[in-house]
Design a protein. Sequence first.
Length: 442
Amino acid sequence: MPSSRLHKLLFLFFDGLCIITSVYLAYEIRFKSFGIFSGPHRPIDDIILWAVAIPVVFYILELYNRLGISNIVMRTFVGVMGSGFLLSIFSYLFYQFFIGRILFALEGISIAILTTAWRVGYNFFRGQIEKTVNIILLGPKDIVFGKYDDFIKETDRFSVKQYHYNSQYEGTITFDEIAKAENAVVVFVDDPNIPAEVIQGLVQLRLNGITVKEISDFYESMWGKLPVYHLRDRWFVYSRGFTAVHYDFYQRIKRLLDVGLSSIGLILTAPLMMFTATLIKIESKGSLFYKQERIGLNGKPFIMIKFRSMVQDAEKGIAVWARKGDPRVTRVGKIIRVLRIDELPQLFNILNGDMSFVGPRPERPIFVNELEKNIPYYTYRHLLKPGLTGWAQVNYPYGDSIEDAVRKLEFDLYYIKNASLFLDIQVIFKTIRVVLYREGSR
């Protein structure tokens, strides 16, 4: 089953134990003493610093998700090194938190070994005892026997069986047999014409302790998205969430953060933007910035600003999706796209209030008109301000088709339903990972 909050809390707890143990061992080796709150050296400071840095860096490196042993070993050591680098800068800037080099090395080595060891052990024993989840898909024939790529990808965890009904329940399995199935999860499609006997069977299964989930809720908890083609209007009526759309406090706090962070960002990145502008001018003639109309909050258009990464007048004529290996992209453009530097001028859009740091990516009007005709609930992505980055951007690669737009909308709807400052922080951390791994850029 999916990585739940309990799963992540378990990881945080054991990482905390590893940090405390490592600092204790380092002080015992170095000073033969562990006076946690007193003395010339205060290990409590070291514990706090590591306890802040490690979860942040580990989260960026996805070390709180399911990974293979080779990835665990590599990413854990990289994560500890990255955390150590950040702490060395911090301790240099704030001398009262200075950690001696030998002590610092002992702590880092111990943390790397312990966090790697417990993760590898957990991964091994989990693989030994974890049972395959028997997913039983239940719904109308034309829906159930469709595309279920997400289930197929989970073949190492799922054993999927599909059953359907027409006017009456049909299939090669009965509800009594489902009740006897080991580690079963029933995922049903909330179809308006679902027979009463099927509902009664689902109720009885749930009362007997079998996990029963509507397919939209299952997708939400499993993959952090909402299956567009399985949503119904009535689902939006009774489903929890979507409070951020009208929650003034969240909107005001988010706007305050947008103004503050965009102002700081513009100051800090000014030298980089000036250097980028110089390179653009040297390589090709034309304007520094690429200005394009996009659709924003409540469907209102605005002008989005980016550094020009294509040749001048690259989009004269019919608008097309950007594609891999696009010949219109300049040499400088390729670099600034990979590093996401071309997006920096959008800090002005954020400061101006047209965009936010986190939200659905704004799309062009010509594409919006096409997508609204072909994709249900596409207009809902305009219920929040568009973002410089978003939940769809950090969970799905760059798209250049209507099918890709559907997949991204599934993630956008999840964000709109569950939007919060905590989720925004998750998106920002995942964005750092995407930039470091160079995922999705074209």
